[in-house]
Write a protein that binds this ligand. Structure first.
Ligand code: ZN
Length: 462
């Protein structure tokens, strides 16, 4: 064996035990439970007192860098995956609002080339299924999903840029049919633009335009813009038969709609973003941070339903929606919330935040690992990832569960250099992160190299 990680507290989605892990050629080749004699290895890592778990897989991460100049001043593949390595994330999947949106195989391959140069960890990319003839070609290139927004931004042209937003129901149905034909999941950011047009006009007429008005508009009528969209998408899914993966689950009503659809046997899965439980649900934080604290406002009464949905598996996975924007792009939100770019950076700290919640008894630790690593691998077909088992890639994170630390702007590796979570104390600090057996982060330092990351090919199980 090349490496033996010795005497760890090993946590999988299904069990927890003391033991050691042997790695050879980037794969897990041996698992020794306490008391079993371990084999020889070139390098021994003493993991006493530390938890060893599968590296997290982030299916929804805005890396900003495209194959042409555009938004790389916000983030690059290199900086986003440095932050990911520090957070114990070993695979990150990019989102299509880059320049140009990779809506053809040729553009997608150019996008892949950027990852081959820049990524420290394994990666994939969710392209937009906007050109009919390109969908089958992109579907066989190892992608895990397609992605569209239902949003058409008013007052700004980013992050929901033109060319990848679809809110026409007929077009949505067609796209779902195309995704069903090629059997690749479709990720959708649900949003009812017709309702939003009416709601935001009412705010603007009253002269309410700041970040707080923006927050309230998106949450209006108990989340009507979200739930109407989800209800429509679920009905269209039933018509098209595709695998629908809903993004940004954030109202208790949405969880209930998804629960019913799953009970009825529909092919639907969904994600939960850290901002829903640790940021957007705290009105005082939104008042203090303005646009810096917004993705979206999640009124507190939704929070128990979100935890319940996560615990019972209605919510399948954790994904960051890591969405970095510069301070300048957020600052304008104090006067015009609609001009501020929406979204918040989070990939470096979300694993620690969810694990701190687990340590506080809000959710079982095993369920956090399931939703953060094992379920994304299973749902999107990363056969060699997401678990500690013989034959899997040694994508691992060594964690000090007890060590508490403060999230600070100066420690943020994302290019924007700030975090809406700054000032919070969390536990479950990353000690060391391994991608296919190679250390990419250790004791506070990124040691991985750009370009080491490989395309994590999805073999979608259907
Ligand atoms: Zn997003």
């Amino acid at each position: 064996m090349d490496i033996l990680i010795q005497d760890a507290d090993i946590i999988r989605s299904t069990e927890r035990f003391g033991g050691s892990i042997g790695i050879k050629n980037g794969k897990i080749v041996a698992i020794y439970r306490d008391g079993e004699a371990a084999g020889q290895a070139g390098q021994i890592i003493d993991a006493k007192g530390r938890a060893l778990m599968p590296g997290f897989i982030d299916m929804h991460c805005h890396h900003r860098e495209g194959s042409e100049p555009g938004f790389e001043y916000k983030e690059t593949i290199r900086t986003a995956t440095m932050a990911a390595a520090a957070g114990g994330v070993t695979t990150a999947v990019g989102m299509p609002n880059v320049v140009p949106p990779p809506n053809s195989l040729e553009l997608l391959q150019r996008q892949f080339a950027r990852y081959e140069q820049g990524s420290l960890i394994d990666w994939n990319f969710n392209p937009p299924p906007m050109i009919r003839e390109e969908i089958p070609k992109m579907a066989t290139s190892g992608i895990a999903a397609f992605k569209i927004f239902m949003v058409v931004d008013t007052g700004r042209s980013y992050p929901h840029m033109p060319g990848i937003g679809v809110h026409d129901h007929g077009k949505l149905l067609e796209i779902m049919q195309h995704c069903a034909e090629v059997n690749v999941p479709l990720m959708v950011h649900p949003h009812d633009q017709a309702l939003m047009d009416v709601i935001e006009q009412a705010y603007w007429k009253r002269g309410e335009r700041d970040a707080l008005a923006y927050a309230k508009a998106y949450a209006a009528y108990d989340g009507v813009i979200w739930e109407t969209a989800i209800a429509t998408l679920l009905r269209l899914q039933k018509a098209a038969g595709c695998h629908l993966h809903l993004l940004h689950t954030q109202t208790a009503g949405s969880v209930e709609l998804i629960r019913q659809a799953k009970r009825a046997g529909q092919r639907v899965t969904c994600e939960l973003n850290p901002w829903a439980l640790f940021l957007g649900c705290d009105w005082a934080a939104i008042q203090r941070l303005g646009s810096y604290g917004l993705s979206y406002w999640v009124p507190e009464k939704n929070v128990p339903g979100l935890w319940e949905g996560l615990a019972d598996g209605t919510i399948d996975i954790l994904a960051t929606d890591h969405a970095p924007h510069t301070r300048e792009e957020k600052e304008i939100g104090w006067t015009d919330g609609w001009k501020a770019h929406t979204g918040t950076p989070s990939i470096q700290f979300y694993r620690s935040m969810f694990m701190t919640a687990a340590l506080e008894g809000k959710i079982p630790m095993e369920r956090v690992i399931e939703a953060g690593a094992t379920a994304p691998a299973r749902i999107f077909g990363f056969e060699t990832k997401g678990d500690i088992a013989i034959g899997k890639d040694a994508d691992l994170v060594l964690v000090d569960l007890d060590e508490e630390f403060e999230i600070r702007d100066e420690d943020v590796l994302s290019l924007v250099g700030w975090s809406p979570y700054a000032g919070r104390r969390v536990r479950a600090k990353t000690v060391q992160t391994f991608v296919r057996g190679t250390t990419v982060y250790r004791d506070g330092e990124v040691v991985g190299s750009p370009g080491f990351g490989k395309h994590a090919h999805a073999r979608y199980p259907g």
